[in-house]
Design a binder for this molecule. Sequence first.
Ligand SMILES: NC(=O)c1ccc[n+]([C@@H]2O[C@H](COP(=O)([O-])OP(=O)(O)OC[C@H]3O[C@@H](n4cnc5c(N)ncnc54)[C@H](O)[C@@H]3O)[C@@H](O)[C@H]2O)c1
Length: 356
Amino acid sequence: MGSVVVITGSAGLIGSESVRHFAALGMDVVGIDNDMRGYFFGADGSTKWNLERLTKEIGDRYTHHSLDIRDREGLDRVFAQLGKNIGLVIHAAAQPSHDWAAREPFTDFDVNAVGTINMLEAARKHAIDAPFIFTSTNKVYGDTPNSLPLVEKETRFELPEDHKWFQGIDETMSIDSSMHSIFGASKVAADVMVQEYGRYFDMPTAVFRGGTLTGPGHSAAELHGFLAYVMRCVMEGRLYKIYGYKGKMVRDAIHSHDLVSSFEAFFRAPRVAEIYNMGGGRFSNCSHIEAFKIAEEITGLEARTEYVDENRMGDHQWWISSTARFEEHYPDWKLTYDVPAILREMYEANQDVWKA
Ligand SMILES: NC(=O)c1ccc[n+]([C@@H]2O[C@H](COP(=O)([O-])OP(=O)(O)OC[C@H]3O[C@@H](n4cnc5c(N)ncnc54)[C@H](O)[C@@H]3O)[C@@H](O)[C@H]2O)c1
């Protein structure tokens, strides 16, 4: 098996954490990222800063291609050149926002769905045995989670304790017949195609369906990056708009470190056509109200929030993932960061950057 990891979206949150992680294991990393996040979300969203940091930090072990994953021939050239030296593929480049997708449905679909089959084909042609990891999303379940019998509590919505998914929603939830958003639908197309390349071509592919992924590598923008944007707004004294569900919607948050350590577990013992819900689960989750309370405690500052009584289309009212399936396959893997630890790290890492 080759010693090179190909990582798309290598300057993004998950991509950059993956670059660091696998370079530290002694592997050579080839990154693909064209800073399209800057196009999606403007200057706040650009990942140029992260790429500069990465190149400095990793040095010769890291090779960067400012390539668009929509460029099929370009990808083929990179894969052809590396060939069997490729030991792992992590595909994390995407148009990641729910809300943005409806602005340019073609761009969203071309990046998320077509970009993914471009990657799968390049891998099948040149590195068919390399584990192929795809970062999908829990939005593939559409708004089906909103039909759960939620109960309103003081600071959050919650499932009754005797509900089968109280500990977290597992992969048996249907992905059919629901409102996904344009983004969710393009990710479904990619998700199913990654599974298909596993089943049909017997490739070691895995789909990791994340919920709220977070960590210090996040370029916090209003439309994407929940906890990072909460902390940024509190630290900068910016107004944060909470959309719908009285600020009581629940998200489970997983730190990029914990997600990427699950990638390593899969890399070491790959399986074929797997799907895993990945999130902070019961160990790490919060509502908007709770997140601001924790951020205020950490910073000693008062949050400025405005409530907009209109939820984003298809937004989940409550999401906690069950990681039981992954833990059954990889019993040594563990979550290490909960919400307060995630927010504290963001606060410490951005002291000089996010100022009032
Ligand atoms: N962050 C989350 O909360 C979350 C939740 C669920 C799923 N995901 C998924 O995880 C993956 C990684 O998310 P992230 O938070 O690291 O995103 P990110 O936006 O931080 O990183 C994605 C990177 O991909 C790059 N990119 C975008 N389009 C590209 C293109 N056409 N060609 C080359 N590079 C391109 C961007 O410039 C960016 O650096 C995505 O697939 C996303 O859908 C993220």
